[in-house]
Design a protein around this ligand. Structure first.
Ligand SMILES: *Cc1c(COP(=O)(O)O)cnc(C)c1O
Length: 402
């Protein structure tokens, strides 16, 4: 982790903007993007930031500024991307059980579209025939990813059109004269093994034979980042070499060149973000010491939802003696951030920082227990900008009628 904000700077931000607080570091996002560009320099590759990881409009604008494209999971994300200034050709909408009306809206906006069901593919073909290029999201029946909750390509997964139904796809294509230019898979999140991507490539190359108008093979996202020291990560340099090798071979065999697309979410923004909380209450019990923070699973759900491990640092007492704590939230649920974690001695009002909070952190937050959603700050060129105000009481009542 070469780019890091100093503890004293984070303390300043917590004092200025209050806690709980999400802080994002722009240059770290750029550094991650550069790593991808370097690793895949040998092939015809484009990257689409899977923006569901973090959609603050300021972050989207920054992503655009560094030259990255964008992948969306809902029509509202597509609209946010347009709002952030992305050109339609740099926006991809990968669908997942969406209403056909959203696909029509995406078509009107002129963005790239991946369709994930035979029924929507048929509707698309009936309406647009050969006039608008479209991609197919396939389910390759590959088990991949950190755990079942974030695994999306296996044979019980709802995502994509199952590979074994490719004959039906071909029927629809023929019947409606569809122009299929993209084959897509996204097998899961936190894929550390290059072989998983290699398997995906193999599957798609086989399917590619049926699609003479193919221009793109889209391998989705899921690059793993380190959550703990010495954590295994996706070897993107190795993957870059593998992709080059495979796609060069593809070109020889098929006599034409296709682009490779990836949709990294976590890889771009996870390490760029941290989440700062304050310890309200220390509670010594027979079995453990609880450090009760001013946040909870309403603001940062990954530990409870996925069993995710996030490094926690006590930036108020970095040299304090180590002691074990259960770091918990203030929500009326069991909301444990970390169990039996060795941390520098915690005192009430100390600031705890959670690492790797850029992806699926704020984005999955809610107002549960009628708590305010946290504020967000973007640090760029050493300067902090408030990019989302903390909720105020009126926000809780905003859409309710009386
Ligand atoms: C969520 C998602 C991604 C990004 O996954 P990460 O694990 O964050 O890289 C990419 N593509 C699609 C279609 C997704 O739904």
């Amino acid at each position: 982790m070469s780019q890091q904000l100093s503890n004293s700077f984070l303390i300043e931000l917590a004092n200025e903007f209050g806690t709980p607080l999400y802080v994002y570091h722009a240059e770290k996002i750029k550094e991650q993007y550069q790593k991808l560009l370097t690793a895949f320099a040998g092939s015809n590759t484009r990257f689409f930031y899977a923006c569901k990881a973090l959609t603050n409009i300021n972050v989207l604008k920054y992503i655009k500024e560094i030259g990255c494209n964008i992948d969306c999971s809902s029509i509202n994300e597509v609209k946010l991307a347009v709002h952030a200034g992305f050109a339609p050709e740099n926006i991809l909408y990968t669908s997942n059980n969406i209403a056909f009306s959203e696909i029509e809206t995406a078509q009107q906006l002129g963005v790239n579209i991946n369709i994930d069901s035979i029924s929507n593919l048929r509707k698309f073909g009936q309406k647009f025939g050969h006039t608008y290029p479209v991609g197919i999201r396939l389910r390759p029946n590959i088990m991949a990813g950190g755990n079942l909750k974030i695994s999306t390509g296996h044979q019980d997964s709802k995502f994509g059109i199952p590979l074994e139904q490719i004959d039906k796809v071909l029927e629809v294509v023929k019947e409606t004269n569809l122009r299929i230019t993209d084959l897509h898979i996204h097998t899961g999140s936190e894929i550390k093994d290059v072989e998983v991507f290699a398997k995906g490539i193999e599957v798609l190359f086989e399917v590619a034979k049926h699609f003479p108008e193919l221009e793109v093979i889209d391998l989705g996202g899921g690059f793993k980042v380190a959550y703990k020291p010495n954590d295994e990560v996706t070897d993107i340099d190795k993957l870059g070499r593998k992709v080059k090798e495979e796609f060069d071979l593809f070109e020889k065999q098929y006599g034409r060149r296709v682009e490779v697309w990836f949709e990294p979410g976590k890889f771009l923004v996870s390490e760029a973000g941290c989440f700062i909380t304050k310890v309200n209450v220390l509670k010594e019990t027979a079995n453990t010491v609880f450090a009760g923070t001013d946040s909870g699973l309403n603001h940062f759900i990954r530990p409870m939802f996925y069993g995710a491990y996030h490094i926690i640092e006590n930036i108020s007492n970095p040299n304090g003696a180590k002691r074990n704590y259960n770091v918990v939230g203030n929500i009326c649920e069991t909301d444990t951030f970390a169990e039996n974690r060795s941390l520098n001695e915690i005192r009430e009002d100390d600031l705890l920082v959670f690492q790797n909070a850029g992806a699926y952190g704020f984005e999955m937050s809610s107002n549960y227990n009628s708590r305010f959603k946290p504020a967000e700050v973007l640090v760029r060129d050493g300067k902090a900008q408030l990019i989302r105000k903390r909720d105020v009481f009126e926000d809780l009542l905003k859409n309710q009628t009386f």
